[in-house]
Design a protein around this ligand. Sequence first.
Ligand code: SF4
Ligand code: SF4
Ligand code: SF4
Length: 574
Amino acid sequence: MANMINLKINNIPVSVPEGSTVLDAARAAGVVIPTLCYLKDVNCVGSCRMCLVEATGARGLVAACVYPAAEGMEVQTNTEKVRKSRQMTLELMLSKHKKECLACERAGNCELQRLSIEYNCDPNYFASDETRHPIDYSAPYVVRDRDKCINCMRCVAACNKQAVGAIGAIGRGYNAHVGSAFEMDLMSSVCVGCGQCVVACPVGALKERTTVDDVWAAIADPQKKVVFFTAPSVRATLGEAFGNPVGTNVEGKMVAAIRRLGNVEVFNMDVTADLTIMEEAAELVNRIQTGGTMPMFTSCCPGWVKFVEQKYPEMIPHLSTCKSPQEMFGGLLKTYYCEKNGIDPKDLYVVSVIPCTAKKYECTRPEMGGEVDTALTTRELARMIKTAGLDFNALPEEEFDNPFATCSGGGTIFGASGGVMEAALRVAAQLLDGDFEVVDFPEVRGTSPIKEATYKIAGKEIRVAVASGLANAKEIIEGLKNGTRHYDFIEVMACPGGCVNGGGQPTLPDSIRNSLDLKSLRAEALYKSDKKNEYRRSSETPVIKMIYDEYFGTPNSHKAHEVLHTHYHEDKRI
Ligand code: SF4
Ligand code: SF4
Ligand code: SF4
């Protein structure tokens, strides 16, 4: 156990473990110190100067996020000197910031706006720099507006944590700004679209490329039949946009809200998460039994797939050929569903609601055939619900529309790191050994960056690994290449903690992000739902049985390959 040190924050005595910062000690004392560049687990560089405090023994003000707490130290976080310093820092930021708060998507949820109000700032105290730069609309998933950036560098840290490094600090002094190498646009850079920079950004400088207007237009078009489907993790996060505590499952209200956006049907993407598992488990077992390319990697995360295509093309044969649940749903709707209901596929407008910015890119990939017309992030869905004037929390709980309503618990846990692995093991184990009854694989749950386990199934040792966050995936690939790691099946999710922490999820203020474990709380909502489900294995649900009986025959059949599988290709980048 760490040694404890005693100090006072605003005269409040507090004990914290040795090695804590003044910011940690303040939090332990219940005192909030404002931060802009600091973000727990992402960025801690002490550069924005918002967290300056007075501390005994220090010369001048010190940055609480990096200044070590010491025995006997007395810290003051709210003196005149501290307040004036923070106010001036904010006013300097505002002098360069494009002040479009009236129509900025982050208005009301912007850290700069909130602090400027709290510190009674004059936005025009310093002469404004009106220099404007083009907004980067190159990518179909993220938009960058340099003139709203406050150079906090959270996005750069988030991207470096992903081992991608698509963005960095460019220029010096007053001209320093964030951009890609050689001032490339985002789409030309090595960006994989994960959106971790977007959820890290405290202001409106980064946002998703919205397609909300396209969806409203489709809803208003009498020629179009509009169907929505929602990814597993969205039900565990959408409520946050309406003031619900982190980890609240709002599935029933989410369905009711979408249904009230217009004449639309609302399906459950957990159904095609189940379908993905049916195809992926069969592919894994086939590779094991026929000596196919091993180990096999999951392929349901488009950020991860793009990372492999760009950085490790030699690993492409190791990726499962399964499409993601989003793209399987698109394929299923534009074939089976249209044929069954006599709908011309061009009259069906398919809207996927996802936790993810990379899936916005995925549905534009030529290999996917445009079967998903557009993908909305959780944040965009929340905005549509607000635009429609719905009182979300007062809505009744409603159920998904048939025939794509009922899922297994395995489909639901797809949204958390380890969930795809666990769902696949439930089905693959039974394919290998019909008497295998276990459905819980707790070793692959949780938020550890890399999880490993070995299971004995049908006399074979199946070695599995789960990585979330691309730096951890990189560690696994390097280990496979240098012979220090050995697995049969590996799940990778680009976002740390999996889709519950995706780049399209609600942006929460630092005060929440820095104090709660979002990944665990959101994942817990999905595991609770799994536990209550009468079907734990993807193979057990009546919907999956119907889809195979009526259309695909068996997993990995010729027809299943045509609709549910894809291919990848090397993507050479500098
Ligand atoms: S979307 Fe992901 S890869 Fe692209 S710049 Fe942002 S953090 Fe980096
Ligand atoms: S884009 Fe956002 S996160 Fe990145 S440096 Fe600018 S303000 Fe910070
Ligand atoms: S982990 Fe999920 S949210 Fe993140 S990029 Fe992959 S699919 Fe999207």
